[in-house]
Design a protein around this ligand. Structure first.
Ligand code: SF4
Ligand code: SF4
Length: 387
């Protein structure tokens, strides 16, 4: 069955907000839900870090709220929330810093920090690795989930976008522990697809408004990569189709190079074939002409070499965290989040890393408030490590 996606050129509208409203109107005839019957709508932006580039832009919240207002949805039926996976920072604090909380207050909707709510234990039917997990109660309870992802590169998952944004439905630090279920990029892709499969099976009423207005690329994503203006908004109801279209617009080689998308496609968790996606708004070809190539750090050689050498090259090319001492404020958050117990930390000392047990999840890099951790290839010394 085909799915419909709107590609909106922001330059054809007076504002980003107007472009978002227009995109929603272009696809609303394909909604399988009736907005007037939705009494518990949850907006899920990407609130990863307290920097504007790392998060969904506030205009996306404004745009969706403007559309819901036009469709007479009462404000009391709408909530917004996320969980950034940090230990000492809640999503609401990040929302304050990036300008989303002001909108929430002005519009009179409720902000929910997912980790402050009851975590609901769920079994994921058909999961490959992530068979049992905890999902924040507001996500379990909502009757329409509106996903507001931003396209960014990601050290472990290759990209973060429509599917990866659901990682935030797992409350706080529980996310980091889950990395132990998938220690390689391919295995972690299976875990992300497992998480997404819960969403597909349990939240049939979904809507995605995708931030391709300004995207993040390069090896420092998803926190501090380089920003590029694409001036586009995507709207649809199928995350796999949206990620597929986003990568196609960026002239990226294909979803088979992104482990969680490849896995979701193989498991039929959405539509990943372009000929089954009906594009409205501007055409895919027009969108491709408007945008530069999406620069994603490659992992093809690593993968190929891994299969040939049985792991030797993997050990050499594995990405590991590297401390930039000048930036470090010795807060210890990296050690607290590390799911593998690979970071040793004592008060007023710099953290140190046990390379043998590190699983390359790069949660430490994501959480560090000072960007004092970078990812680097392990190099020749990897030959002396067990994994
Ligand atoms: S590396 Fe970052 S998270 Fe770790 S102690 Fe230093 S500042 Fe804190
Ligand atoms: S040291 Fe960093 S990259 Fe390695 S397992 Fe711990 S959090 Fe993940």
């Amino acid at each position: 069955m085909a799915t419909k996606i709107a590609i909106v050129d922001v330059n054809e509208h007076n504002s980003l907000q107007a472009a978002i409203v227009s995109g929603l109107k272009l696809v609303e005839d394909s909604f399988i839900f009736n907005l007037s019957e939705c009494k518990n709508i949850l907006l899920k932006p990407n609130l990863l870090r307290a920097t504007k580039d790392a998060c969904t832009q506030p205009e996306f919240v404004e745009g969706v709220l403007a559309y819901l207002k036009e469709r007479n949805v009462p404000r009391e039926n709408i909530n917004i929330g996320d969980s950034p996976g940090q230990i000492k920072t809640f999503a609401s604090k990040i929302a304050e810093k990036v300008g989303i909380y002001d909108i929430v207050e002005r519009e009179g909707i409720k902000f929910i920090d997912f980790e402050r709510e009851i975590p609901i234990n769920v079994q994921i039917e058909g999961a490959l690795r992530f068979k049992e997990c905890y999902i924040s109660k507001p996500v379990v309870d909502c009757d329409l989930l509106i996903n507001l992802p931003r396209l960014k590169t990601h050290g472990e998952a290759t990209i973060t976008g429509a599917i990866k944004n659901y990682w935030g439905i797992i409350p706080g630090g529980l996310k980091a522990k889950t990395h132990l279920l998938g220690k390689t990029a391919d295995q972690f892709g299976e875990v992300l697809a497992d998480n997404y499969s819960w969403v597909v099976k349990n939240k049939p009423h979904r809507l995605i408004v995708y931030d391709l207005h300004t995207i993040m690329q390069g090896p420092m994503g998803p926190v501090s990569g380089r920003m590029k203006n694409w001036n586009l908004v995507l709207v649809g109801t199928d995350e796999l189709a949206l990620d597929t279209v986003a990568l196609e617009i960026g002239k990226f080689k294909g979803l088979e190079y992104v482990p969680h998308l490849k896995n979701a496609y193989e498991r039929g968790l959405g539509i990943g074939d372009l000929d089954e996606i009906k594009i409205v708004g501007i055409s895919l070809e027009e969108a491709k002409k408007l945008t530069p190539k999406f620069k994603v750090p490659g992992r093809r050689m690593t993968k190929l070499a891994t299969s040939i050498t049985g792991g030797i090259v993997y050990r050499v090319t594995k990405r590991i965290p590297k401390l930039i001492k000048n930036n470090c404020i010795q807060c210890g958050q990296c050690a607290e989040i590390c799911p593998a117990g690979a970071i040793m930390f004592e008060s007023k000392q710099y953290p140190s890393f046990n390379r043998d047990v590190c699983i390359s999840c790069l949660c430490c890099m994501e959480i560090c408030p000072q960007q004092a951790i970078r990812a680097k290839r392990r190099g020749f010394f990897g030959l002396f490590h067990k994994n």
